[in-house]
Design a protein around this ligand. Structure first.
Ligand code: NAP
Length: 189
């Protein structure tokens, strides 16, 4: 079981534009081939922050939904928020707040042998990283820059991530897969 931050990002390190739009990503349509379906098949629990949940809600479920869809995730989802958010019928969603460590334990129990997916945003993935609970970062880098928006991973990472795989998809995407290495002990530089 691994805890994985898997996301698309712009070349300049943003996962949504300053208006929380993903149009820059959706302009490319479905990537064929891609790793998402295989990745999702190995996931047993997911976590996301409230902006990401609200984005899904607004686009797929709210009164003004521009693209009505069923809740896309068959596995349980933990949504981090300090607020009361609207629920979605048929979605296994648990609203939580605060320290990610006890939530990670709950997620791991629910997932069994399967992986945990940190959907986003970047700071929530960073909270799992801070707690020593993030194992992998997988990014699909789109060939666009946004100049601002929701940051990919607002942390200083050291020791460096270990790059395992770099591959290209068509003319617009590169996917990089990294392992997170444990912190060096203070007596080793
Ligand atoms: N490119 C992609 O593939 C991709 C993937 C995922 C997301 N996205 C997009 O990227 C954007 C991410 O937005 P974001 O950076 O604002 O991140 P986010 O993680 O979606 O939401 C951040 C909010 O979650 C709540 N939160 C986070 N940690 C918490 C904690 N420990 N306890 C309680 N509440 C907590 C806080 O809001 P409250 O407490 O006020 O609720 C916080 O402001 C969204 O627009 C999303 O749609 C893109």
């Amino acid at each position: 079981m691994a805890t994985i931050f898997y996301t698309a990002t712009s070349l300049d390190g943003f996962i949504a534009d300053p208006h929380n739009s993903l149009d820059w990503l959706f302009q490319f349509g479905e990537l064929e081939p891609n790793t998402f379906d295989d990745f999702l098949a190995g996931v047993g629990a997911i976590a996301m922050g409230s902006t990401t949940y609200q984005w899904i809600y607004n686009h797929d479920f709210g009164d003004a939904a521009d693209n009505p869809q069923p809740w896309p995730y068959p596995m349980p989802a933990w949504v981090f928020t300090s607020r009361q958010l609207p629920t979605i019928a048929g979605a296994d969603v648990r609203f939580v707040s605060g320290d990610v460590r006890p939530i990670h334990q709950e997620m791991a129990i629910a997932a069994g042998e399967k992986n945990l997916w940190i959907v986003g945003g970047g700071d929530l993935a960073g909270q799992f990283y801070d707690a020593g609970l993030l194992d992998e970062i997988v990014v699909q880098i789109a060939s666009v820059t946004l100049g601002g928006g929701a940051p990919l991973f607002p942390r200083r990472v050291n020791p460096p991530l270990k790059l395992h795989v770099a591959r290209t998809y068509g003319e617009n995407f590169a996917e990089l897969r990294y392992s997170v290495l444990p912190p060096r002990s203070p007596d080793k530089v």
